[in-house]
Design a protein. Structure first.
Length: 479
């Protein structure tokens, strides 16, 4: 055995020898260094390795073995690789290996192993260097995962697909964690399910639709406060008092939620990590949360912008009703279904009477207010399967795609709609009663195509106007 392997020799001289300096330098290295003899026994471990494995500096290595800190499969792979080095004399360099040390999270090590020879050139051991590259691997995974997610965003993939991939990426980097995204629904003011691939479906159904509030678990409170909420123990958190019975059956013990916000600090949703243990997030987990909320913000904000663009392309910007482009698509679809099922469709053309006087007397802002109120009233008078559209100016159309009544019944229904539209509207310092004229046409009796039916309803509306139904009444409101 060479002097390099003879640890006693390194310490035998009483003075501060060159060997002592070498040993001191090896112990100062941040990398983990160990030496084995030809029989595979540990004969040296530097300070970094001893610290990593929890060995005292003076603890002997006589009976030390990999099986003391690694699972059987890893030990078998290590011994096989080292046997090849001792047999062939060939070194291995920068081999990346994943290890699961006892009592420690999974880590990645870059391993270099070099055979040692005596003065006659015979292999009598090996020296190994372990470099912990776990953090490098984590950062590389984050970079690659983020790049893949940004590609999905750039390719306009569905939002649910992006959020699903995001939560899976985070879960792949942390053991025992379930990730969740809830989306803020602006219409209802509630948080709705976005993505939670590993949470129990039953739990997801229960929390789908929770509201904002100062004590609404982790997510509802985070959205309410517009700041992260870290709950280490759900069972004993005042924020979970009203919701702990929801989490308990699923053995969820901690929940760390962060609001997802856009550049204007508007809440778009929440990103949460759940654990079955009572604990707080690690520095690594906080980093993942920051990454996830940033990407989720970009994806959700872009989705909202695209939704607004799509909405504006097919809806009237003032009233929010369908515009002509969407109307023709909807109307033709309704006629196609009616032909297939051999049923009636009613199309109504509605025009506000003397609407120009509203703009002349009170201004266009007041006129816009009247149009919006009329649109709201029309929507309240129809069913989900029906169609309401602003054709332009003060003209509207309604399509009853599956009316429950005969033609006379539809006309009675239209009289009720005209009565509701004509209810007073307070504008500026006056109360207006805007009447309307309505025409109606029926498929198949009045036409076969959407164009023919709308023209027939328009003609019927003008006949109603000539009959003298048009009137604008203005009543001054006392101060």
């Amino acid at each position: 055995m060479t002097k390099v392997l003879d640890v006693s020799f390194l310490r035998s001289n009483g003075g501060f020898t060159e060997a002592d300096q070498l040993l001191g330098l090896v112990n100062l290295l941040p990398d983990m260094v160990f030496v084995k003899d030809a029989a595979g026994r540990f004969i040296f471990a530097n300070a970094a390795l001893r610290k990593y494995l929890g060995l005292r500096s003076d603890e002997p290595l006589n009976d030390f073995h990999e099986s003391h800190f690694l699972p059987e499969k890893s030990v078998s792979n290590i011994l096989s690789a080292e046997a090849r080095i001792l047999e062939t004399g060939e070194s291995t360099s920068d081999v990346e290996e994943c290890f699961s040390f006892s009592g420690r999270p999974v880590c990645w090590l870059s391993t270099t192993k070099i055979p040692l020879r005596d003065e006659q050139g015979r292999i009598n051991g090996l020296v190994a260097i372990w470099r912990d590259i776990t953090e490098n691997k984590r950062q590389d995974t984050i970079r690659r995962g983020s790049a893949a997610l940004f590609e999905l965003i750039a390719r306009n993939q569905p939002l649910d697909m992006i959020l699903h991939a995001l939560t899976l990426l985070v879960e792949s980097m942390v053991e025992g964690i379930c990730a969740s995204v809830l989306l803020f629904d602006q219409e209802t003011g509630k948080l709705r399910h976005g993505a939670a691939p590993s949470l129990p479906e039953a739990y997801c159904r229960v929390i789908d639709g929770i509201t904002f509030g100062p004590k609404v678990g982790s997510c509802g409170t985070a959205a309410w406060r517009s700041e992260p909420v870290i709950v280490e123990d759900i069972e004993n958190s005042p924020l979970w008092e009203d919701y702990v019975d929801i989490a308990r059956p699923f053995k969820l013990r901690s929940c760390w939620s962060t609001p997802i916000m856009n550049a204007n600090r508007q809440v778009l949703g929440t990103f949460a990590l759940y654990s079955g243990e009572v604990r707080k997030p690690s520095a690594h987990e906080k980093e993942l949360i920051d990454m996830a909320t940033s990407i989720a913000s970009i994806a959700i904000d872009r989705w909202h912008n695209e939704e607004r663009v799509r909405f504006m392309a097919h809806h009237d910007p003032l009233t929010g009703l369908s515009n002509r482009t969407l109307f023709w698509t909807q109307f033709n679809r309704a006629l196609h279904e009616a032909k297939r099922e051999n049923r009636m469709v009613a199309i109504t053309y509605l025009d506000l009477d003397d609407f120009k006087q509203v703009n002349d007397l009170f201004g266009h802002a007041a006129g816009d207010e009247v149009l919006c109120r009329v649109a709201d009233r029309l929507v309240s008078c129809i069913r989900a399967a029906d169609i309401a559209v602003r054709l332009g100016g003060d003209e509207f159309a309604l399509v009853f795609s599956n009316p429950k009544h005969d033609e006379e019944g539809v006309r009675r229904r239209l009289a009720q709609i005209r009565e509701k539209v004509g209810m007073p509207i307070d504008v500026e310092s006056a109360r207006l009663k805007v009447d309307c004229s309505i025409g109606v046409a029926f498929y198949p009796g009045d036409g076969q195509t959407a164009e023919d039916l709308l023209a027939a309803a328009d003609a019927d509306m003008y006949r109603a106007k000539k009959a003298g139904r048009n009137r604008l009444t203005v009543v001054q409101v006392e101060e």
